[in-house]
Write a protein that binds this ligand. Sequence first.
Ligand code: TRP
Length: 341
Amino acid sequence: MLLPVGWGMFRAMARIFSGIQPSGELHIGNWLGAVQRWVELQRTHECLYCIVDLHAITGAGYEPSRLAERTREMAVGLLASGIDPDRVTLFVQSHVPAHSELMWLLNVVTPLGELERMTQFKDKSQELESIPAGLLNYPILMAADILLYRAEQVPVGDDQIQHLELAREIARRWNAQFSDGFFPEPQPIIGEARRIVGLDGDAKMSKSRGNTIGILDSPEEIWQKLRPARTDPARVKRTDPGTPEICNIYHLHRYFSPLDTVTLVAENCRGAKWGCLDCKRVLADNMARTLAPIRERAAELAATPRLVDEVLGDGAARARRLAGETLAGVRDHMGFYGHGD
Ligand code: TRP
């Protein structure tokens, strides 16, 4: 029996924490890469899934007037994709102030050199004239997210593995200084690498690059975006044979089309029996069909914002309870007056 009858029952399953930035609507890149894995894990693990709005304010795309809306849209996307609030704790990071507090406490055991070494920090700070400390300290907040729930496992994409290693280092240092074994060292869950390339064929699919298809896009929008998407450059004319393995459209077929269609696509590409547009038309139809039930659920949820608020409210209440227990222990071990004895 896996239903969350009480917190005691959950502990038999390993605890997982993961976070996603409120970039607004989910696109097929994060849906195939992260969200489907989250949905699978909720059957076998005790999962806490967090929309990390405190992280989002360090990013270049941060607009105060849109943060709330994007956070709600992300919640709708996750719920429509099958995240089940009866099985998992789904919540918004800023609704649990303990994340910020633990981050401050972990600051004192975090080596500055490690923060400066982070690839993401180096990449992002390079483009800026003045570097906010928040960009540097981003991984400490991420460590706080995970350690606050003493999560044992963390599903992450490859771009976050370095941050997770630092979280382990922070846990080790805190444990060594204050209380041996208090924080488990969180292990990454690295599933099948599904790095979805954007429609430009150049880089990872990401909202900031504008090379995405949203999971809530209409069939017409999907077609309009796929139509100009990059294919095998060797196929200039319809009669030029192609190499499916190097074509992003072929790779997308593998996620959205039935197996026999995938085989047919490869044959017709190699033999120049189909033009790239024919191939895209079939993909657009299959993609629209796959995403249709998600769009329907999302439309229902968008029409009942109170329901979404209720789910996030319940999630935050549960998260606050768990976080409060950890934080009480942390304050106690760190020796603060008026905490513990
Ligand atoms: N930094 C992660 C990202 O950009 C999101 C994140 C925040 C996260 N806190 C986390 C992921 C804790 C895993 C665990 O993708």
